[in-house]
Design a protein around this ligand. Structure first.
Ligand SMILES: [Zn+2]
Length: 134
């Protein structure tokens, strides 16, 4: 059973909302509810680009931003999901694909920024539950 606070993308209109219980989408009224599986995404602290919000894309769909040292729990359906992040103007990302099942419903990921000569790259890696600051 999922508890806590989740970020969900409305299946109707695509609006991204943080919920802790089933609520109607503030934009279209569709019911927003936890969807069974969960991706916990931790943005590791970094002195580079601290002020830049990382844009999060799950399965190619924009899913809001994540701040420095922030952890966000995304509620997603069971299945295989691609997670990608962008840092400011940079579209470079080492993205991650993970499969969530009823036997393994929670995916842990951590992300950090790797500085480059021309632009920075966001690197997303698998994480352990104890890596999470929560
Ligand atoms: Zn909606």
């Amino acid at each position: 059973m999922m508890t806590g606070r989740f970020r969900v993308r409305c299946p109707g209109c695509g609006n991204v909302t943080d919920i802790n219980t089933d609520i109607p989408c503030p934009k279209c009224g569709n019911t927003l509810a936890p969807m069974g599986a969960e991706i916990k995404l931790y943005r590791m602290g970094s002195p580079i680009g601290v002020a830049i919000g990382f844009g999060v894309y799950i399965d190619g769909q924009p899913c809001g931003h994540i701040g420095n040292k922030e952890t966000v729990s995304y509620s997603v359906p069971f299945g295989t999901h691609n997670v990608r992040m962008t840092a400011g103007m940079s579209r470079k990302c080492v993205d991650m694909t993970l499969t969530l099942t009823p036997q393994a419903p929670v995916g842990y990921l951590k992300a950090h920024i790797k500085p480059g000569f021309i632009s920075n790259t966001v690197v997303i890696e698998p994480a352990m539950p104890q890596d999470m600051p929560l």
